[in-house]
Ligand binder design. Structure first.
Ligand SMILES: Cc1cc2nc3c(=O)[nH]c(=O)nc-3n(C[C@H](O)[C@H](O)[C@H](O)COP(=O)(O)O)c2cc1C
Length: 308
């Protein structure tokens, strides 16, 4: 069930989950340098991209070292999604991923994200349009279903396969569950059994043991990690990482943030990520308070390294 091999050692195919306002180019690249496989952008509003919204266009940028990278689109209009996908393919995206899981009320109210789980016809029309629009693989990221009474991940996965979708990621909680309870991995296994295309499992993986357990339990081809990588991109190395190495990774991540984001975004991202790196440390609360009060990137870094 494991894939990939290096010097005869079998490795897990671990992937970074898309996380809005978190998995920008610096965090993706640092995750890749730690060993993450396929990267995925955070969700990108297809309409805003097509309209040339500056913020969205900036979100859709990625670095040459990030290949292979999937760009994830959020939307409900097949033509707009197709145009956005064409532009991303022209910009070098290796895959186009459709977001079918975002639970945010104002997103689902527009028929986007998780709303597509309860509208298979709309989903099919979108997937057909995407399939026609681009030559690169088209993938989807789905939930278990809309709510506990409408768990339909298998049906959606089969429909996607019949529309020519190349791979599926399953986060098996329903939209109503949001992040409550444990992710019901059995749903991932049911999707694996129901389709021939590659299935990536996602939900509550916090360690390599968890990843192996998910693969054993479900037969999924790859494992996607979201919250477990926050403040710990070294999860992708698959081994114990010394404090000195962690410090190196944090310094590298900080440098990438400053090099690749505009100064305002960089300051916000530095505070956010360094606060995650501080989690679990004896002075975490004090570090966080100092980080968030710091006025500049230099002051943020000073506050962090003084207490780290
Ligand atoms: C802050 C945050 C932002 C997220 N943004 C996205 C997103 O843009 N697109 C997406 O498909 N899923 C998004 N997700 C869901 C994650 O990709 C993932 O499915 C979920 O966190 C479960 O995996 P985990 O238990 O490993 O965190 C987000 C999750 C979090 C915590």
């Amino acid at each position: 069930m494991m894939s990939g091999s290096h010097s005869g050692v079998t490795t897990l195919d671990l992937r970074l989950a898309p996380m809005a306002a978190v998995t920008n180019a610096p965090f993706r690249l640092v995750s890749r340098e730690c060993g993450a496989g396929l990267l995925t952008s955070e969700e990108i509003d297809a309409r805003a991209l097509v309209q040339g919204n500056g913020h969205t266009v900036a979100l859709a940028r990625f670095l040459p070292e990030e290949h292979p990278i999937a760009m994830q689109l959020l939307g409900s209009d097949p033509d707009v999604l197709a145009e956005a996908a064409r532009r991303l393919e022209a910009a070098g995206a290796d895959r186009i991923d459709l977001n079918m899981g975002c639970p945010v009320a104002k997103i689902v109210a527009k028929g986007q994200g998780a709303a597509l789980m309860r509208d298979p016809l709309a989903a099919a029309l979108i997937l057909r349009a995407l399939r026609k629009a681009v030559g690169v693989p088209v993938t989807i990221k789905i939930r278990g279903g809309w709510d506990g009474r409408t768990v339909n991940a298998v049906e959606i996965a089969q429909l996607a396969e019949s529309e020519g979708v190349d791979a599926i990621t399953v986060h098996p909680r329903t939209r109503s569950q949001q992040f409550s309870g444990l992710a019901p991995w059995a749903i991932i296994g049911a999707v694996v059994d129901a389709v021939r295309i590659s299935v990536t499992g996602n939900g509550d993986v916090r360690s390599h043991d968890d990843a192996r357990a998910m693969i054993r339990a479900t037969g999924c081809a790859a494992v996607m990690i979201g919250r477990g990588a926050l403040g710990a991109p070294w999860i992708f190395t698959g081994r114990a990482v010394s404090r000195a190495e962690q410090a190196q990774i944090i310094r590298r991540h900080s440098a990438l943030i400053e090099a690749h984001l505009d100064p305002r975004t960089a300051l916000v991202q530095l505070k956010k990520h360094l606060a995650w790196y501080a989690n679990g440390l004896p002075f975490a609360a004090r570090i966080r308070a100092e980080l968030f009060a710091a006025p500049s990137a230099a002051a943020v870094s000073d506050a962090f390294w003084r207490l780290w």
